[in-house]
Every structure is written in structure tokens, then in C-alpha cells.
Design a binder for this molecule. Structure first.
Ligand code: HEM
Length: 172
């Protein structure tokens, strides 16, 4: 393999580690820790640590698809990628598992960012009353409950993608 494609695979594996690692950290370390500290502090700490995750997530997702497509291009498989004859092979199904997992993570990631912008980080005008504050708090609670569920689903999907990639590699 030429060095540029070798490098692309190194970036692919490293991005997979960063993506799945940060989802794992988010779901099993940060989430439970935030529950053990008072809500006002939890919101600030979660927001500051989340800022890093909001960069690491999209960056690794972009690198994964770019380097994955480069690899397929190098193997002359891009043209066959959407064909049933490729999908139905053992190798093709493993690559598709990765691709579908990537797609779902890109969708849930975008949803998560939109929720963050529109609900979690929403600033109220100075004129806001108690009722507005209460409504925002209720909306934030609802969104964080959904995000917590989504975090567990995302870790599982990430693990499936890693299995797809490693199985494709070793021929399982
Ligand atoms: C959540 C997203 C993804 C994760 C966690 C992931 C993970 C992995 C892993 C762990 C490998 C094995 C590398 C090795 O041992 O050499 C791999 C290989 C690969 N991935 Fe992904 N990947 C993801 C997304 C994608 C996408 C979107 C594509 C393409 C559109 C893709 C295409 C490939 C290809 C072609 C290989 C090489 C398989 C081979 O050795 O022949 N991956 N991936």
C-alpha cells in the first residue's frame, strides 16, 4: 500500500479510538459523575467538558468517513459499494456495518448538537419571568434524559462499527 493510504488507515483507526473512547467516557464516566454533583455545578462542568466532546465527535466522524472512502477507493471498491453483489459478501457486509453505524452516529450527533444549541445552552432574555425559567428547566431535563439514553445506544453502535472494521480486516 502506498504511504498516503497507509497513513489514512492509521488516521482511521485513531479516529475510531477517539470517537468510541469519548462516547464511552461520556456515557459511563462523565454522565454518572455529573449526577453526583449539585445541578447548578453539573450544568457548568458538563458544559465545559462537553465543549471538548463537541469538537472530538464531529472531527473524528469526518476523518472516519474520509479515510474509509479513501481505503475503498484504493481497493477499487467505491464503484461497487452500493451494489448488492458487494453488500452480500462477507467483506461487504462488514464494511456496510461500519458505514451504517457511521451514518446513525452522524445523525444522532447532529441531533445532539441541535438540542444543545436550541435547548441546553439557550439563554433567556433579562425580561424572562419565573414561568419562562421553569419551562426552560423542564425542557432541559427532558433533553438530557433523551441524551442519556442516546449515549448508551451510541456506544453500542460504535462498538458494532469497530467489530465490523476488525472483522473485515481479519476476514471473520
Ligand atoms: C463509527 C465509524 C467507524 C469506526 C468505529 C470504524 C472502525 C474501523 C476499524 C477498527 C477498522 C479496522 C482497521 C484495521 O484493523 O486495519 C476499520 C477498517 C476499515 N474501515 Fe472503518 N470505521 C468506521 C467508519 C467507516 C466508514 C464510514 C467507512 C467507509 C465508508 C469505513 C471503511 C473502512 C474500510 C474500507 C476499512 C478497511 C478494512 C480492511 O482492512 O480491508 N469505516 N474501520
Amino acid at each position: 500500500m502506498e504511504p498516503v493510504y497507509q497513513l489514512a488507515m492509521v488516521v482511521h483507526i485513531y479516529s475510531a479510538i477517539v470517537l468510541v473512547g469519548s462516547m464511552f467516557f461520556n456515557a459511563f464516566i462523565l454522565g454518572p459523575a455529573l449526577k453526583r454533583i449539585p445541578p447548578a455545578q453539573a450544568a457548568t462542568v458538563g458544559d465545559k467538558i462537553g465543549a471538548g466532546l463537541r469538537i472530538a465527535g464531529p472531527a473524528s466522524l469526518v476523518l472516519l468517513v474520509v479515510t474509509g472512502v479513501m481505503r475503498l477507493h484504493h481497493m477499487h471498491l467505491l464503484g461497487k459499494f452500493f451494489g448488492w453483489s458487494f453488500m452480500s459478501t462477507r467483506y461487504g457486509s462488514r464494511i456496510w456495518l461500519m458505514f451504517l453505524a457511521w451514518f446513525v452516529l452522524a445523525v444522532t450527533g447532529t441531533l445532539s448538537l441541535a438540542w444543545y444549541e436550541k435547548v441546553l445552552a439557550k439563554k433567556l432574555p433579562f425580561t424572562a419571568g419565573l414561568r419562562d425559567l421553569e419551562e426552560r428547566r423542564a425542557a432541559q431535563q427532558k433533553v438530557s434524559d433523551w441524551q442519556e439514553r442516546m449515549n448508551y445506544v451510541n456506544v453500542t453502535i460504535g462498538i458494532l462499527a469497530v467489530l465490523g472494521g476488525s472483522f473485515a480486516r481479519v476476514g471473520l
